[in-house]
Design a protein around this ligand. Sequence first.
Ligand SMILES: [Zn+2]
Ligand SMILES: [Zn+2]
Length: 146
Amino acid sequence: MGLFDSIKKGIADLLGKAKDEAVETAIDAARDKANDAVETAIDAARDKANDAIDNAKDAVREKAEERKQEKERAAEAERKAHEEARVCSQCGRHAAPEEKFCPECGGKIVEKFRVCSKCGKRAEDAEKFCTECGGEIVEKVEEIKN
Ligand SMILES: [Zn+2]
Ligand SMILES: [Zn+2]
């Protein structure tokens, strides 16, 4: 091999090496970029999923709280209705919650409700017919439990 050929070959080798390195660097950079993009996408998806889960949990908690309050309101309304329904079975005097017998006439205290004769729905004082089914409103007397 002549000197010229040797130099030519040396330059070709150097060029080839430089090209390989450039390609490798470019591949590495592209790989890093792709990995970063995948990680960012995964993070974003995870954040979104976590947010959705948190929102769903909040919604469930709120619903449960609402249901609890509704139940408490219903229980309170029921308790009040029973209290208001307490009357003396003999003279009709409205009784206090703790009274079991009438202080006026000694009659037994009962609960008197106005209910629909058909569907049993409780009626307001002014109602003569059921607002639910049109049935006639009747008076129902109940013994006081407890
Ligand atoms: Zn009485
Ligand atoms: Zn009815």
